[in-house]
Design a protein around this ligand. Structure first.
Ligand SMILES: [Zn+2]
Length: 124
């Protein structure tokens, strides 16, 4: 069964905790977070909600945290904390999904600005 875990209850979150980006009307380029000027020069965008499933492109550790660059299935890159996994278990190309966590859980470092983190997609 195909299911996107983070969707459960996500409508209850504020907009800032959802993966809401936009897509350029002119060139169809997708952005997350939202932009107001596209690289093609257009300022016309449509809202786009990303599913939050993607692949780990690269990662690093900051203290005890893992920070990863994730390429979403929709073709957008997001820099976010990778959580619920040990650094030594991470690998390039690892399938991950977004989870929405309260910003306050991220502590005073402010590494994550969007209230999202990524967790590995468990193989059932
Ligand atoms: Zn554009």
């Amino acid at each position: 069964m195909k299911q996107f875990g983070p969707i459960v209850g996500w409508r209850n979150y504020k907009q800032t905790h959802a993966l809401c980006g936009c897509v350029c009307v002119a060139c169809k380029k997708k952005y997350y977070p939202k932009k107001y000027l596209c690289s093609c020069g257009s300022i016309e965008f449509e809202k786009k909600r990303f599913l939050g499933k993607g692949m780990l492109l690269t990662f690093t550790s900051i203290g005890s945290r893992c920070l990863g660059l994730v390429m979403l299935e929709e073709g957008v890159k997001i820099l976010a904390q990778i959580t619920d996994v040990k650094l030594c278990d991470l690998y390039i190309g690892m399938p991950v999904r977004a989870v929405f966590r309260l910003l306050s859980e991220d502590g005073p470092e402010g590494i994550i600005h969007y209230g999202i983190k990524f967790v590995p997609i468990q193989k059932a």
